[in-house]
Design a protein around this ligand. Structure first.
Ligand code: NAD
Length: 498
């Protein structure tokens, strides 16, 4: 059985905790690896290594740091296919989907290559008589990242390239479910020549996370995962004096206006609702057609598409989506479908009985479509994180807007329309962090920043892009005056420029 270990200070370190977690291939249900779960003391050791590596890395000129990043980017590009295969083997997403994930991760590395320019501060001459001021952004020290299963390569790449480019050293605590892609990418990072201790990977569960949240030598925490854990990470980390950005779960709505192209809207919903088996934080899980006529037309287009979904393992090139991540998660998704039926939603396509010949032990769930879902139903209120799309019929535009604004999550949303006025008003008034106009999954590119509103993000900063640089640095402002005037004696009034 393949064993997956920590990587600390450039070395593979086997955990002595005696605790391990199995890693499965979700398409077959077979265990493919065993992951050592770190003890609190082992995480503390990793923090000490990262802390020791910080002073030299902090003083390495940003241009030199960028040159390591350029090499890392080249290695990622050369190995894209292998990384995608490592993702699919433990996550289950299709190969093309995994390739897309890697591509979006590489874009953040490309952004981080521009760090010398991004760290430049501001300078003002003569802020007072012969007094100059400048400010720049300096690294924080040891930063930690805790990541979810659903983008095992991309989400870590949202975090550490920018953090280390800024001059921090980093500890990554990846998801226990699909750690192999993380380790593959870590190995490329090491090959790029970054000094030892700049990036360290510790595997583990709550025990490991708690050390990162409370240890005084960790200065900031980036978290991406479910909302209950995001809230816990935010409250615990900030209570221990850390800067925390904690990105949580989602329930993303897409409004379909009566003037929208129904084929285009239905196709967009298929990709955004069922791609990656619905296990994306930017998945559309609620379609909101405006008016009964639009709803009827949309549902008529959706039913045959959902029924025709091609479900299979990542090795099947023609598959549209793969399995969900674990047996337990599969059961949870099936329970949500049962609950939807019980609470009175109209089940148009039922994915509960789905089974794939030759893969009977895989964690597959068939594409599922509900109509006439209402806002008091559990399947509307909670994030299912599976291939289940709910249609909530709204009488008008204002009702749809209110529905979205009243939902506790505010990660992403979209509107499909040909009406520029409706689209512009939507973008203006909607209380959601990322908005798509005729774009179903509006994940910002690497030189913007990613972040939801409401209970989809705890903290002040979105992740990656310019916000990532701000999160990973603190500003220092220096005011300078040179010899003349210093010997004039003490001044006891509050300094002003007059
Ligand atoms: P999760 O919250 O279960 O796990 C995320 C991380 O937290 C993992 O590293 C895990 O080991 C750790 N963790 C789990 N339980 C913990 C505990 N009790 N104490 C401390 N740490 C703990 O999330 P997941 O199931 O891996 O990922 C799916 C979730 O992530 C979904 O809710 C999805 O919406 C969300 N997500 C959000 C974004 C975003 O950008 N907002 C992106 C991707 C995924």
């Amino acid at each position: 059985m393949k064993k997956i270990n920590n990587a600390i200070g450039g070395r593979e370190v086997v955990s002595n905790s005696g605790r391990v977690a199995p890693v499965f291939n979700p398409a077959t249900g077979e265990q493919v690896a065993e992951l050592g779960l770190s003890s609190a003391a082992e995480v503390a050791d990793a923090i000490a290594v990262a802390k020791a590596a910080f002073p030299a890395w902090r003083d390495t000129p940003p241009l030199k740091r960028a040159r390591f990043m350029f090499r890392f980017k080249e290695l990622l590009t050369e190995n894209t296919d292998a990384i995608a295969r490592a993702i699919s083997a433990e996550h289950g997403k299709t190969h093309d989907d995994a390739l897309g994930e890697v591509a979006r991760g590489i874009e953040v590395v490309e952004f981080a290559c521009g760090i010398p320019h991004l760290l430049k501060g501001e300078f003002a001459r003569n802020v007072g008589p012969a007094i100059d001021s400048y400010c720049d952004r300096q690294p924080l020290g040891v930063v930690a990242g805790i990541t979810p299963f659903n983008f095992p390569a991309m989400v870590p790449l949202w975090m550490y390239p920018i953090s280390v480019a800024c001059g921090n050293t980093f500890i990554l605590k990846p998801s226990e479910r699909d750690p192999s892609a993380v380790m593959f990418v870590y190995d490329l990072f090491r090959q790029a020549g970054f000094p030892e201790g700049v990036l360290n990977v510790v595997h583990g569960d709550k025990e490991a996370v708690d050390v990162l949240l409370k240890h005084p030598d960790v200065k900031a925490i980036s978290f991406v995962g479910s909302t209950p854990i995001a809230e816990y990470v935010y409250s615990t980390g900030t209570a221990h004096g850390k800067r925390v950005q904690a990105l949580g779960g989602a329930k993303n709505h897409m409004i379909i206006m009566p003037d929208a192209d129904m084929d285009q809207a239905a196709d967009a919903l298929m990709g955004a609702g069922y791609g990656s088996a619905g296990e994306r934080c930017m998945a559309i899980s609620v379609a909101v057609p405006i008016g009964e006529k639009t709803a009827d037309a949309l549902v008529e287009k959706l039913i045959p598409r959902v029924e025709a979904l091609k479900i299979g393992p990542a090795t099947d090139k023609s598959a549209d989506m793969g399995p969900v991540i674990t047996e337990a998660h599969k059961r949870k998704v099936l329970r949500y479908i049962d609950q939807g039926v019980k609470e009175g939603a109209k089940l148009l396509v039922d994915g509960r009985g789905f089974s794939l010949q030759g893969y009977e032990n895989g964690y597959f769930v068939g594409g599922t479509l509900f109509d006439r879902v209402t806002k008091d139903m559990t399947i509307y209120k909670e994030e299912i994180f599976g291939p289940v799309l709910s249609v909530v019929r709204a009488k008008g535009y204002e009702e749809a807007l209110t529905l979205i604004n009243e939902h506790e999550y505010g990660n992403g949303t979209a509107i499909f329309t040909r009406d520029g006025d409706a689209a512009r008003a939507f973008a203006d008034r909607i209380e959601v962090g990322m908005v798509g106009i005729n774009v179903p999954i509006p994940v910002p590119v690497a030189y913007f920043s990613f972040g939801g509103w409401k209970r989809s993000l705890f903290g002040d900063h979105s992740i990656y892009g310019p916000e990532g640089v701000r999160f990973n640095t603190r500003m220092k402002t220096v005011t300078t005056r040179w010899p003349a005037g210093i010997k004039d004696g003490a001044v006891f009034t509050f300094p002003s420029l007059d």
